[in-house]
Design a protein around this ligand. Structure first.
Ligand code: MCA
Ligand code: AMP
Length: 464
């Protein structure tokens, strides 16, 4: 069973808290079992993954029932939502009614029993998580029960995560970090989890946890809020991931909280494969060694040979291990492209490795994926949305360095005439309303033309 702690004795304490609402283990198990038993068929269940107990109960219920669950970003606009529902072939919608959703709706709390739950984890996807690629619409990453279990056990090992812990975070419940690590990890290990609804520093400070999870943008905001930072001194571990943690933020956290943060690296497709360890060195700018069961190799771009483990030579990072995904739903070609013939997953990240096996991420091989506030955002889908606007002739979207977000989404736009007042806001709104709020450009720059090479390809590195 993936969520092993649900089988254990109930201590009447709140096992899961989201905002002001809590459930004990027994109450969560009862509610999720009831919901899982009410599922009408084996089709994927799309869950409007708001920061709420509804989301937790629905996801756990699907896992217990062995029915794939698709966590949907609650701010998805109609275009993105339609894509996710169509692509996943979801048969049930859990969430508020929406004009663009014509699936049968199921209430999380009010289920009629229709099936008995399996006693052992089924084959196939436990969860389908949508994530952006360099081109096209987001792809569904199929995660099996075994991969989730292996990935979580590896983190429990690296961080000495036990039932005595109280995990605190306020990250979205539709991605690996917030949902799988924060919530499912706690339900596997048996620790309590407190979700602060939004990841504001003062909410982290008020939560009194032992392990805090956040993306670098949140840690950077914590460091700027000295009182909140100091309130985390009593924690056991502060963990950062999903994007590079600036050395200044690492140092700021260490100075204000007394804790050098744990840094770890992962992807939706791979869960977490590299981490510093609770009992090991924590080095600013470095993400540590492979977690239990994971292996890495760093290959030179031109020779394809492993680069020297000298902490400076840069190459393509490839990983393998039991925590990796099964494939992109319905896209065997895209899946095959990410695997080498000898069974390694090509992350698309560039890294260096030192003689102790410590890794440092140095960027992505492609300029077409942006990491903003820890969100992975494909520039292609934003460009496609912007090209739908009648005034837009050409567009190139890039990630520009940003003190708060790490990178900010910036759109360079060529218009069909002089850009009129208000057009920039209109373009931002177009992306926010069709895709997701977090994918909207934070900067729109009107230009006369885009820099292109002799082949006519846009030179994104020249924009900024
Ligand atoms: C939100 N707002 C809106 C809307 N949506 N207003 C109008 N219309 C909307 N549709 C409001 C919010 O309530 C908020 O208000 C304000 O706008 C700002 O929201 P937003 O721009 O979204 O926030 P931000 O400040 O830019 O966000 C920073 C953030 C966010 C909170 C750090 O980027 C975030 O949650 N990042 C986490 C991403 C993540 O979990 N990635 C993990 C991927 P107010 O401020 O008043 O509330 S998994 C992964 O990467 C792997 C596996 C790994 O390694 O972990
Ligand atoms: P996602 O699929 O949203 O989880 O995004 C995965 C990507 O986030 C990776 O391919 C990396 O580019 C980036 N990433 C995740 N964790 C880290 C980290 N600790 N340091 C640098 N980049 C990271």
């Amino acid at each position: 069973m993936l969520l092993t702690s649900l089988d254990g004795p109930d201590d009447l304490e709140a096992a899961v808290t989201v905002g002001d609402a809590s459930l004990s283990r027994a109450d969560l198990l009862a509610a999720a079992t009831r919901f899982g038993a009410s599922l009408p068929d084996d089709g994927p269940v799309a869950v409007d993954a708001t920061a709420s107990l509804d989301t937790v109960v629905a996801v756990v219920g699907c896992l217990l029932a062995g029915v794939p669950v698709v966590p949907v970003p609650p701010d998805s606009g109609p275009a993105e939502l339609a894509h996710v529902l169509r692509d996943s072939a979801a048969t049930t919608w859990v969430g508020e009614a929406r004009p663009s959703v014509d699936l049968p709706r199921l209430d999380v709390w009010d289920g009629t029993a229709r099936r008995t739950l399996p006693t052992s984890p089924p084959e196939g996807a436990a969860m389908i998580v949508y994530t952006s690629g360099t081109t096209g619409s987001p792809k569904g990453v199929e995660m099996g029960h075994g991969a989730l279990a292996a990935g979580l056990d590896a983190l429990a090992d690296a961080w000495a995560w036990t039932p005595d812990d109280v995990v605190v975070h306020g990250l979205p419940l539709f991605h690996t970090h917030g949902l799988i690590l924060g919530v499912l990890g706690s339900l596997r290990v048996g620790s309590r989890v407190v979700h602060t609804v939004t990841p504001r520093p003062e909410r982290y400070a008020a939560a009194k946890g032992s392990m805090y999870f956040a993306v670098p943008t949140v840690w950077s905001r914590v460091v700027k809020d000295e009182a909140s930072a100091r309130a985390l001194a009593g924690a056991r571990l502060l963990v950062s991931g999903s994007a590079p943690l600036p050395v200044s933020v690492f140092d700021g956290l260490a100075a204000l909280t007394g804790h050098a943060p744990i840094e770890r690296y992962g992807m939706t497709e791979t869960m977490i494969t590299l981490s510093t360890r609770v009992d090991g060195e924590r080095r600013p700018g470095w993400v540590g060694t492979p977690v239990l069961g994971a292996e890495t190799r760093v290959l030179a771009e031109h020779t394809g040979e492993q680069v020297a483990p000298d902490g400076e030579s840069i190459g393509r990072l490839e990983v393998r291990g039991p925590m990796l995904f099964d494939g992109y739903l319905g896209r065997p070609e895209a899946t095959a492209e990410t695997w080498t013939d000898d069974g390694w997953f090509v992350t698309g990240d560039l890294a260096t490795r030192d003689a102790h096996g410590f890794h440092r991420l140095v960027g992505r091989a492609s300029t077409d994926l942006v990491k903003s506030g820890g969100y992975r955002i494909g520039t292609g889908e934003i460009e496609a949305a912007l090209l739908d606007h009648p005034a837009v002739e050409e567009v190139a979207v890039v990630g520009l360095p940003d003190d708060d977000l790490g990178q900010r989404v910036a759109a360079f736009v060529v218009t069909d005439g002089p850009a009129r007042d208000g057009l920039a806001d209109e373009l931002v709104e177009l992306v926010a309303s069709q895709l997701s709020w977090h994918k909207r450009p934070r900067q729109v720059v009107f230009v006369d033309s885009l820099p292109r090479n002799a082949m006519g390809k846009v030179q994104k590195t020249q924009l900024g």
